[in-house]
Write a protein that binds this ligand. Structure first.
Ligand SMILES: [Zn+2]
Length: 339
């Protein structure tokens, strides 16, 4: 059994790595797009400014043409003033002259304003172009890092997938099926280390009887709370897979006879609960795609709600008093030191 569990731990490790490398590869395009954003902003700022300068130039050309036209009309008007044949005609020509002068003044005013504006716009251009150049360089650097990270990710993913293929060949089919079922329902996390009587995945305590069985490592056991396959991290075989924890004393060997039966009853009960929970978790998994942390948090919440039910089920098949169902965090010490 130790070897089987070791194989599953190794498989979990590979699956975790695969998940990680997939993330690295999948996030590549988004990271590139994010890195490109400041460059795009700088580009559009330069483009917008150039557009304004171009609009200004176009408007000034129109006004210059208008100004030239008014100048022509002024010359013609002056000739007509000289040729006026009577007072009435002369007054009409003078009125037209006033009109032309007013239009010319207005045209000149607008032209002056536009020229001022053009000057201001053009002074902004070098700064924006400089910013654009530096953003181009920055993006070049960032994109190289992202691209090489993704390339490494692809390479590592391929290698890890290959290692997983090899690893699968050594795992019996029934064991693998069990692992895969739990993994599927637990966001890829089928294995749960148990330290100091506490499942390190769902953070709830393992009932003392089950914990005793776990320490013997004679059969495949699951956490009654989160249904993951559990292993005891203080076991000499699994120590290297333990989270950083102070060493714990190995409790004395226990009464064998009745315990096996009770443990089996617990397992059966846990199975029923697990079946129920699998359904809940599937529903949960469908609506919760926001990542491992969130999922874990939700699971703990869900598990806590169901923990009472689990304990109740266990109590029905196992008359041995167990640790109280609710204060799971506080039972760390008591479950460990259980005789
Ligand atoms: Zn658990």
């Amino acid at each position: 059994m130790k070897e089987k569990i070791l194989k599953l731990i190794a498989l979990q490790d590979l699956d975790n790595k695969i998940q990680l490398w997939r993330q690295v590869v999948d996030q590549g395009p988004e990271k590139l797009a994010q890195a490109r954003q400041p460059l795009e902003t700088a580009k559009s700022d330069v483009d917008a400014l150039k557009e304004k300068i171009s609009e200004n130039s176009k408007r000034r050309r129109e006004l210059e043409a208008e100004s030239a036209d008014l100048s022509n009309r002024k010359t013609i008007n002056q000739t007509r003033q000289l040729k006026a044949r009577n007072n009435e005609e002369y007054r009409a020509v003078l009125k037209e002259a006033d009109n032309i002068a007013a239009l010319a003044t207005n045209c000149d005013d607008v032209l002056l304003t536009l020229m001022d504006e053009d000057e201001k716009l053009r002074t902004q251009l070098p700064g924006l172009q400089e910013r654009l150049e530096s953003e181009e360089k920055l993006f070049e650097e960032k994109s190289q890092v992202i691209t090489s990270t993704v390339e490494d990710g692809k390479k590592n993913l391929a290698e890890t997938l290959k290692a997983r293929e090899t690893s699968l060949e050594t795992i019996p089919q029934d064991l693998l099926s069990r692992y895969q079922t739990v993994a599927k329902n637990r966001n890829g996390q089928a294995m749960a280390p148990v330290t100091k009587g506490l499942c390190q995945s769902c953070r709830l305590s393992i009932p003392p009887q089950l914990f005793n069985e776990l320490q013997k490592t004679e059969q495949l056991l699951v956490c009654p709370n989160c249904a993951r396959i559990i292993y005891w991290t203080a076991h000499p075989h699994f120590k290297e897979f333990a989270p950083d924890e102070p060493p714990e004393p190995i409790p004395d060997a226990k009464t064998p006879g009745a315990k096996g039966r009770k443990s089996q009853a617990k397992k059966d009960s846990a199975k029923k609960v697990r079946a129920k929970k699998e359904q809940v978790e599937q529903d949960q998994a469908e609506t919760d795609q926001t990542g491992q942390d969130q999922l874990e948090a939700d699971q703990v919440e869900q598990d806590q709600i169901e923990a009472d039910q689990v304990e109740q089920d266990l109590a029905e098949t196992d008359q041995t008093p167990t640790d109280p169902p609710e204060n799971s965090e506080a039972t760390e010490e008591s479950s460990e030191s259980q005789p």
